[in-house]
Ligand binder design. Structure first.
Ligand SMILES: NC(=O)c1ccc[n+]([C@@H]2O[C@H](COP(=O)([O-])OP(=O)(O)OC[C@H]3O[C@@H](n4cnc5c(N)ncnc54)[C@H](OP(=O)(O)O)[C@@H]3O)[C@@H](O)[C@H]2O)c1
Length: 336
């Protein structure tokens, strides 16, 4: 039986809170290999805003439903489905368009989430902690006790880097643009927290005792990225995964010629496209385990009902937040 459900829909690209609307859509009955899933929670990530703005490599056909990640509860399964059951909590497929009350997806594209992980934390595992884990593992084979540098350390990715590095025995130098975050991030497990400024490379050298640092993670771009690169040891790698300042990278010739700094990029969407199912499963198992043990946790500033789309999107676009903005499904609110 077809259900009428409501979803956040954008018909044109533009300012997110102006073009995204709360509308009625269809959620058909699942066919044999499909499941119908009701939304529990879904975060608003910077990439979601960029998708609506039309400034992201993923451009859903219009009208589109935004939301790259989220958590749902299975409410109806097709006749041939054995992998999940009604009532299971599942990660929704990457890039599905999660900001809807309910929808139908292939059973093989959802991922069951074990008990013991809070709904809103599980809803945020697929993108940011996965990005942090891959960047820490896939570029440099870090030894116990090695240092990792990062900017935007207060972001959800940045906090996941701090937590995963700590759980793995690596140390972090974290760069923020607001001094009031220094103590908070130290309490969250950061070894060193520094504030953006021209003397950052010298401060990093002092904080690490001149250690040879081989990996830096950059989500800001511009001068901030350059400062991280200058603090790396010869042959070190800087991985760019975001551009929050919207400033381009400036790469001095000398850093390439005399220091052989390696400038790399990372995009989790591409990783999911190329990874074998077994690698994705192994990574989720690790993230679920860290989350269940309380070692992976992202602060939440506010959870909005889907119907309050304009307020939620405007809030998510604000700088200096204390945590993520999410949408909660009706089921999430009724459980509170
Ligand atoms: N490539 C990938 O696969 C991938 C995956 C996940 C995320 N990302 C990217 O990673 C970045 C962080 O995402 P998130 O979801 O973790 O972010 P988030 O939790 O929403 O936090 C945004 C962060 O960006 C900082 N920021 C905002 N504007 C800035 C500016 N002009 N200069 C310096 N810092 C600024 C904020 O600092 P304040 O706290 O001071 O406001 C905050 O720490 C985004 O660019 C996102 O697109 C990329």
């Amino acid at each position: 039986m077809n259900l009428k459900v409501r979803a956040i829909v954008f018909h044109t690209h533009g300012v997110p809170e102006e073009v995204a609307r709360w509308e009625e859509t269809d959620a058909p009955a699942p066919t044999a290999d499909e499941v119908r899933v009701r939304l529990l929670a879904a975060p608003i990530n910077p990439a979601d805003l960029n998708v609506i703005e039309g400034k992201y490599p993923i451009r859903p056909a219009l009208p589109g439903v935004p939301g790259v990640e989220g958590l749902g509860v299975v409410e109806n399964v097709g006749l041939a489905v054995k992998s999940v059951r009604s009532g299971d909590r599942v990660l929704l497929p990457h890039g599905y368009g999660t900001w809807r009350e309910a929808g139908v997806v292939k059973a093989g594209s959802v991922w069951p989430v074990p008990e013991g992980i809070a709904t809103e934390q599980a809803a945020m595992l697929r993108i940011n902690p996965a990005t942090a884990l891959r960047m820490l593992r896939d570029f440099v084979a870090l030894q116990a006790g090695e240092w990792v540098l990062q900017n935007a350390a207060n972001s959800a990715v940045g906090r996941a880097v701090i937590q995963i590095a700590r759980a793995s025995g690596w140390r972090t130098v974290n760069v923020v643009r607001r001094p009031e975050l220094v103590e908070e991030l130290k309490a969250a497990g950061a070894d060193v927290v520094l504030v953006e400024g021209d003397d950052l490379p010298a401060q990093i050298t002092a904080a690490t005792g001149g250690a040879a640092v081989r990996l830096a993670l950059n989500a800001v771009g511009g001068d901030s990225a350059l400062r991280l690169a200058k603090a790396l040891a010869p042959g070190g790698t800087i991985v760019t995964y975001g551009a929050m300042s919207r400033q381009p990278l400036r790469i001095p010739n000398g850093l390439l010629i005399f220091q052989d700094i390696r400038w790399r990029g990372f995009w989790i969407s591409q990783w999911y496209r190329e990874a074998a199912a077994a690698s994705i499963g192994a990574m989720f198992a690790e993230l679920f385990d860290l989350a269940r043990r309380g070692l992976l946790h992202a602060p939440v500033e506010r959870i909005y009902p889907l119907a309050e789309v304009a307020a939620a999107l405007a809030h998510a676009a604000q700088a200096r937040r204390s945590g993520k903005i999410l949408f909660g499904g009706e089921t999430w609110f009724s459980a509170q």
